[in-house]
Structure formats: C-alpha cells, structure tokens
Write a protein that binds this ligand. Structure first.
Ligand SMILES: [Zn+2]
Length: 251
C-alpha cells in the first residue's frame, strides 16, 4: 500500500467514515459479465429501448419487451456478484456503509449479501416482475413458461393489469420512495463512493453533487472520466473489484 498512494487515501477515508453511501452503476456489473446497455456499442445504441407509453398502449410493444427480456434471461441468471460487490457488502456488514444506491437492475448487491432494505434501486429490478396496477409480484420463470406457449403478454391474475419487469422504463417516472430515501442517505453521508457510473443520467447523477454540498468526501471509481471528476476528492480510473477489494481487505 505504501507504493499506492491512491489506495492508501481511499483506505484512510473508509476507515474514518461513519456513514458511507455507495452509489453504483453499470461499471460494477460489467465485471460480472453484464454489459453496459448505454455504452457505445451497447444494446441501446443498436436497438431503441421501448418507451413506457408504448408498453401501455400496444400489445405488440409488450410482447416485444418480454421477448427482449427473455433473450437476456440466461445472462442475468448466470451473473454472480464479483469482488466489487463483495467489497460493498463487507462495508455494509461492518456498519460503515449505511446504504447502496444503484442504477443497476440486476439484483447483484442483494445476491452479494446486502440486505434488501439497504439497497436503493433507482431504476428498479429486472429479476422479478410486478403488476403495474396492484403491484402483485410475479416470477420471471413462471411468466416465461406461459409466454412460450402463445406469446401473449402477461396479465395480472388478481386484477387484470399489465405485468412488467420491476424496472423503471424510459418515459416512466422515477420511483418516489427510492428517490426520497436516496436523498436522505446522501445528505447524511460523510463519504460518498461512486463505483462504475459515468454520472450522465439525471436525476441520479445529482446525488454525488448533493453529498459534496453537505460535506461528504467524494470518491469516484470509474474507467472513463465523469462529469463530476472536478469536484471529487479522489478519482480512480481503475478496476472497482481490485481497488475497493484492496481498500476493504477482501478477495
Ligand atoms: Zn394486479
């Protein structure tokens, strides 16, 4: 560590912190084999995402949404938490990190052992589905078996509402409860660690600015430059698993 001043500084900030908030984006999950949909060459530069209004308006849009989701099922099912996720989980376990705010929809923080009530999902979760009207929960595998029979988009058994993955689609409002909790945690943070987000998607990208305004130290770990590098205390253009794993002391 003596010859790695960035690692020494990150370790010092973590050891001094009583209320860390970790903010994660696609970059932490690419190390688990989940592609960054927004990156150049990513899925959304090749295939326009389906807008929420279209999902509501059109049976064909709903069908296409589900076809695309099932096409990705094997990848989501095979993905396991990596060293970066484990380092974050360890910070929560120790009581250093109070919350994980994530833009990811893959559920890998929960899979790595972070209690679900400590994970604030700004873009929802794709590992299960729910009814848009009554919020009843549905498992992806159950929907897939039925969809494969006749390609009918799923309808809620209880109320007849549309069933959709529990993600926030383009054109869909940000989840108010998650946004409120994320803001409260951010304001309380003494250390705010961004891991794997280029901080271009608002309103999510406003959280690091808010943390900084309320006196937190800001650490940004991301391969590419971000719009907030200038206000960060440390910018680490390195592997999240390696640097955070080393700083927290887990493999
Ligand atoms: Zn329902």
């Amino acid at each position: 560590m003596a010859d790695d001043p960035q690692l020494a500084e990150l370790t010092r900030l973590i050891d001094r912190s009583h209320h860390t908030v970790v903010f994660t984006g696609a970059g932490i999950s690419t190390e688990s084999g989940i592609p960054d949909f927004r990156s150049p060459g990513g899925i959304w530069t090749r295939m326009a995402p389906i807008d929420f209004a279209d999902f509501l308006a059109s049976e064909e849009a709903r069908r296409e949404t589900w076809r695309r989701r099932f096409a990705m099922e094997e990848m989501f099912r095979a993905a396991a938490p990596n060293r970066g996720h484990r380092a974050v989980a360890e910070l929560v376990r120790r009581g250093t990190a109070a919350a994980v705010i994530t833009q990811n929809i893959d559920g890998l923080h929960q899979a790595s052992g972070v209690p679900a009530d400590r994970v604030i999902e700004l873009h929802g979760n794709t590992t299960y589905a729910h009814c848009l009207d009554c919020a009843g929960r549905y498992e992806i595998e159950v929907i897939r078996r039925s969809f494969e029979r006749d390609e009918t988009a799923p309808i809620c058994n209880a109320c007849g509402g549309f069933v959709k993955t529990a993600t926030i689609s383009f054109g869909q409002a940000m989840p108010p409860e998650a946004m409120r909790r994320a803001e409260t945690e951010t304001i309380a943070a003494d250390l705010f660690i961004v891991a794997g987000s280029s901080l271009v998607v608002y309103p999510a990208a406003a959280f690091p600015e808010l943390a900084k305004r309320y006196g937190a130290a800001l650490v940004i770990i991301n391969r590419e430059p971000t719009g907030l590098d200038a206000i960060a205390d440390i910018v680490l253009r390195r592997s999240i698993g390696e640097i955070l794993g080393a700083a927290v002391g887990i493999d």
